[in-house]
Design a protein around this ligand. Structure first.
Ligand code: GAL
Length: 713
């Protein structure tokens, strides 16, 4: 079967030798169903398959979603292999909207543009970003993953073939609606060499499409509980004594602290890296880590992958490194098992066995003037472009595997990711620092199977400090990255209480959030989600006027705008961050009644509301019937059975299945967890009443439950 298939493609290569290829010369893609609602087709073969670094599909959970039909005409899908490029063509309806394509910081609409999907710093060419995930989602209820380790150039509803169905051209001088980018009926994508695999994910809703994609990568990640606490990254020159002093200062200022991040200076040499402790700043790492662990504070180490000649790992790894260096450090080829062994053995002995909780893998992305060139060679023979695309995933897979073996969960940071990443224990971040862009990235991350932190580093005013703190507290990783600023949460004394209250609120929401991550793990529903994934949501998409302007807009193009400044957290909280200077903001409420999180008051139903902002609070809206379990006190790991307060909003009856486990190991995979059903129902007297019962008994449960009905009945 396979042979015939390859034969067909050889034929198409021969056909394509002439420069003038028509659609009829292209080969119709052959689709094979892999799981209910998931299909695959190939054009050529992949030498390095990026999916090798993803986890295996969660088959049972995919099955549980049921069947879903193939979303378009198979006969309208094509592939072509030529000596210089491999390309595909997939159909696109006139009104279809396209979302996704990875960690983008601008807008969510991808139609009408060309993207070169390349792992890079953000800010260059369209498609250059830390996680250029080649997965797009259509408003018609399907998603497509184009799997290749090469830089995929994708034309999203842009450009027409001479033999495709296309609109009549309009004369620009006399026609009113001359389009600079005429409507196109296809998405076309190509790579310079190697093959492409195309996966189609179907679904009854956009959310289901995303779920299938995430489940295909093994389901979402379930971080350790401490990972959802407060992270503080130290000034890069800090010593062990500085860290211990900082910990004391956190206690003194009464701020929670779960993870300390050490930046480059923990090493004896950095940029490139020695991966060895600095003997002066950290003379006794084991006892330092012991002290930290005794206080319940995890330590996370910054690294980039480039090996310094002074590293004690250098001699061993040197034979397995690429032709070119980065910052004069050697670039290991971890597709070679021996290289992987050397790295893991070094890390195990020097960091992990003495209590390090995880890593921040930096600089795996770009720029070109820093990273290895496209013509570099790697000892495995893998192409340098492909290695760059998958390097971040390779690091994540290596360390996830290691922690899994130890039966210890990790949670860390990475600045490069790619396909099938949902099950990886890493969160993306950036040097880019636009607050609005950060929220857009949070929205887009949910369409790409990745997690993102809008980390706070510094601010020009106490107002900005609060606004950025508020959004990072409502994200997958709550972190102050003070590596260069040396900032503390209390750096703006006039707003210290507001910052502390926001952190505490996030900490108290742990039972709700941890359950949302468990749902991510089991069903692929992202804990932080774009509004387009929410049922009953109508976007406020509109077009700017295409005003002809000699210099600014010589083609009189219209621009489509859609809100990217609000998102969902868990099943029922809508987060609407406020940016510096905003005195009021609009919030689009999906259908159904929505209530204010803080007061329980009704706010609207399926409409756009305008609210006045206050500095103290990030606007949070809650769905009718929402059940929100919160810690009664903020400590995450300190009490064995922490008491909880369960809030209910609105008037609807509802249930919430609360999840709990040890929060640190993988024992939950073998059944070591508790499920408790929290129910709210109308009693005879017309009043709502909350009850709770265990539905799966395990060792880890919450303690006393108090109910709070937030909306007056
Ligand atoms: C940057 C990174 C920062 C910080 C810094 C340390 O590349 O984005 O968060 O870690 O390196 O040198």
């Amino acid at each position: 079967m396979k042979k015939i298939f390859i034969g067909l493609f050889l034929l198409s290569v021969i056909n394509a030798q002439g420069q003038n290829t028509l659609i009829s010369d292209m080969t119709t893609l052959q689709w094979e169903q892999l799981h209910p609602g998931i299909w695959k087709a190939s054009v050529g073969t992949l030498k390095l398959n990026p999916l090798e670094f993803a986890n295996a599909p969660k088959e049972q959970a995919i099955k549980a979603l049921g069947e879903a039909p193939f979303p378009f005409q198979k006969a309208d899908t094509y592939g072509l292999l030529t000596p210089t490029r491999t390309s595909i063509r997939l159909p696109l309806g006139e009104t279809e909207k396209i979302y996704g394509l990875g960690l983008e910081f601008e807008g969510i609409n991808r139609r009408g543009n060309v993207y070169t999907l390349k792992v890079d710093h953000y800010g260059g060419i369209k498609g250059y970003t830390h996680a250029p995930v080649p997965f797009y989602i259509s408003s018609q209820g399907y998603g497509v993953l184009i799997n290749s380790p090469q830089r995929i150039k994708i034309h999203v509803g842009i450009g027409n073939r001479k033999d495709s169905k296309k609109p009549e051209p309009i004369d620009r001088t006399t026609g009113k609606n001359w389009p600079a980018r005429p409507l196109s009926d296809a998405i076309e994508a190509s790579v310079e060499h190697g093959g492409m695999e195309i996966y189609v994910f179907s679904g009854k809703t956009l959310l289901e499409v995303v779920q299938r994609y995430n489940l295909f990568g093994g389901g979402g990640v379930l971080p350790p509980k401490w990972g959802l606490g407060f992270w503080h990254r130290m000034d890069t020159k800090s010593s062990d004594a500085d860290v211990l002093k900082e910990v004391k200062d956190f206690e003194h200022h009464n701020f929670p602290l779960d993870v300390i991040g050490l930046e480059p200076g923990w090493q004896s040499f950095a940029y490139p890296c020695s991966f060895d402790w600095d003997p002066i700043r950290f003379p006794d790492p084991a006892s330092f880590l012991e002290k930290m662990n005794d206080k319940g504070i995890r330590v996370n180490l910054w690294e980039n992958p480039y090996v310094a000649p002074t590293s004690t790992m250098y001699e061993a790894i040197h034979p397995y490194t690429a032709s070119h260096t980065v910052w004069l450090g050697e670039v290991p080829d971890y597709t070679i098992p021996e290289a992987k062994e050397i790295l893991l053995a070094h890390h195990k002995k020097n960091h992990l066995d003495i209590g390090v909780s995880g890593y921040k893998f930096d600089e795996v992305d770009g720029y070109d003037f820093w990273l290895w060139p496209d013509h570099a060679t790697f000892p495995s023979g893998h192409d340098a472009i492909a290695m760059r695309q998958v390097y971040g995933m390779m690091m994540q897979a290596m360390f996830d595997g290691y922690f899994k073996e130890k039966n210890q969960r990790t949670y860390g940071l990475i600045r490069s990711s790619y396909v099938g990443a949902s099950n990886r224990n890493f969160v993306l971040y950036s040097d880019y620092y636009d607050h609005k862009g950060y929220i857009t990235a949070l929205v887009n991350s949910s369409l790409a199977g990745i997690l993102w932190t809008p980390e706070i580093r510094s601010a020009d005013s106490s107002e900005e400090w609060v606004r950025r703190f508020q959004s990072v507290c409502f994200s997958p990783l709550m972190m102050l990255n003070a590596w260069s600023s040396g900032a503390k949460p209390w750096s703006f004394p006039e707003v210290t209480d507001i910052v502390r209250n926001t952190i505490e609120l996030r900490m108290r929401l742990l039972p709700y959030l941890y359950t949302a991550f468990h749902t991510y793990h089991q069903t692929g529903i992202p804990p932080f989600r774009a509004m387009i994934l929410e049922s009953g949501y109508t976007s406020n998409e509109r077009y700017t006027k295409g005003v002809l302007d000699d210099t600014k807009n010589p083609y009189a193009e219209k621009k489509r705008i859609e809100a990217t400044d609000q998102y969902m957290m868990g099943p029922s909280i809508l987060v609407a961050p406020v940016f510096t200077g905003q005195k009021e903001r609009q919030i689009i409420l999906p259908e159904g009644n929505w209530y204010d999180f803080y007061s329980g008051e009704f706010r609207g139903n399926g409409e756009t509301i305008t609210i006045k902002t206050t500095l103290e609070k990030i606007p949070l809206l809650v769905k009718d019937g929402a059940i929100i379990p919160m810690l009664a006190t903020i400590e995450i790991n300190k009490e064995e059975k922490p008491p909880i307060l369960v809030r209910h909003y609105g008037t609807k009856e509802n249930t919430f299945t609360l999840y709990n486990d040890d929060g640190i190991s993988y024992d939950y995979e073998n059944g070591a967890f508790t499920l408790r059903e929290l129910s709210v129902a109308n009693k005879n007297n017309g009043k709502l009443k909350g009850t709770s019962k265990i539905i799966k008994k395990g060792q880890f449960d919450y303690g006393k439950i108090t109910w709070e009905f937030m909306t007056a009945q």
